[in-house]
Ligand binder design. Structure first.
Ligand code: SF4
Ligand code: SF4
Length: 371
């Protein structure tokens, strides 16, 4: 646990981005646990709350959701703390779960001094590691990981747990009825796709009415941008990106007819972005000035993604379908002799490229070699 001189430091460490325990001074990595507690449980611990923060075998995504959830509900996030000296010797209650059979356990007469190693609630470090990955023993009665080397202290404190401690002469090591706290599950905090989709429909706002999420400067207003829409990094790691929303009245009538609307039979507003692809597209366009390419089996939603993006930005959607009969003159263009001179005649792709809009080149790999 880093010990800070609070007299000379600010009480909070300023950190950019979403709050997460990993940026907090109370976040104890294995090495810091070893230095300050004399042992490690095999996963990070909050030194302030004495709380295991993630399960060793939790997926990276679930672990970061758990760390963000804990930090965003924590009033001590990023506060400079001093390790309570008691913690260095005490028997902290490192809760990780509960015994679902607790209510059925019978209270045995505890006449002798409790002893973890001969207690039916004691689960050895080897068994805990095999089942969950933590490298310390666990008490089923309290649902806590116990620091190795302090078992006597846990047993001493155990008097207060008398109502839930069936002491048996032979440790059973059973974890059958033991259930981990939800924060340690692999699905913790995962968005339920059905409810996310319903939320999307409930919160549906037409882009024409979307209020700008950052000021529209005179330069962009002149280019036809009415508002900016914030696209948040779904994984919480990157920076937010802004997509422009155009004022439809800047387009000539024939182009305006190509702007996808919620009333269209394709229903572009109903696209559900399960994979955070809109953020990827927005980064490619707005940050990297790159042209995205999407690959996938027919029906996975590549075209609908493009249509939805055009709907979000309220720009014309040009879909150019390539097949074996496509001609380069039609797609790219050709030279024409007009008014006594040779002039370029732009094809559909070149015309779409030159104007404001979203141009989808569908299945270019199926066209003739020159395309
Ligand atoms: S639980 Fe709170 S105090 Fe502990 S590491 Fe997380 S943010 Fe920091
Ligand atoms: S803390 Fe008490 S109930 Fe838990 S293993 Fe030790 S003696 Fe048993």
């Amino acid at each position: 646990m880093p010990v800070h001189n609070t007299a000379t430091m600010p009480t909070k460490i300023p950190v950019k981005g979403k709050p997460t325990c990993t940026t907090c001074p109370s976040f104890l990595t294995g090495r810091v646990q070893q230095d300050n507690l004399g042992t490690t449980i095999g996963s990070p611990v909050c030194g302030r709350k004495m709380l295991p923060l993630v399960a060793p075998r939790q997926s990276k995504d679930a672990a970061s959701r758990a760390l963000e959830h804990t930090a965003s509900n924590c009033k001590w996030h990023n506060e400079i703390v001093r390790l309570d000296p008691l913690r260095a010797t005490d028997a902290p209650n490192l809760s990780v779960g509960m015994d679902t059979n607790k209510a059925e356990q019978t209270l045995e007469d505890v006449t002798s001094r409790p002893d973890c190693l001969s207690c039916g609630n004691y689960v050895s470090a080897a068994k805990v590691q095999q089942e969950y990955g933590w490298t310390s023993p666990l008490c089923r009665a309290t649902g806590s990981i116990m620091l190795e080397g302090r078992l006597e202290r846990y047993a001493e404190k155990c008097g207060s747990y008398a109502a839930r401690q069936p002491h048996h002469p032979i440790p059973s090591n059973a974890l059958g009825s033991f259930t981990l706290l939800p924060a340690f599950s692999d699905t913790f905090g995962k968005v339920n796709e059905a409810s996310a989709y319903k939320q999307l429909l409930d919160n549906y706002v037409d882009p024409k009415d979307w209020p700008t999420e950052r000021p529209v400067t005179a330069k962009f207003a002149e280019a036809g941008i009415r508002a900016w829409r914030k696209i948040v990094d779904p994984d919480g790691y990157g920076e937010d990106v802004y997509l422009p929303i155009f004022d439809g009245s800047i387009f000539p009538e024939n182009e305006r007819a190509l702007i996808p609307q919620a009333t269209d039979s394709e229903a572009p507003h109903l696209y559900a972005d399960h994979g955070g692809i809109i953020y990827t597209m927005a980064v490619l366009w707005m940050k990297l000035d790159d042209t995205p390419a999407a690959w996938g089996q027919g029906g996975v939603g590549k075209t609908e993604l493009a249509r939805h993006l055009a709907w979000l930005m309220q720009i014309p959607f040009h879909r150019i379908v390539i097949n074996s009969a496509s001609e380069i003159d039609d797609i790219g263009g050709k030279m024409l002799f007009k008014n006594n001179q040779t002039v370029p005649h732009y094809g559909r792709l070149a015309r779409a490229w030159k104007s404001i809009g979203l141009c989808l080149l569908d299945e270019p790999n199926t066209g003739p070699a020159d395309i």
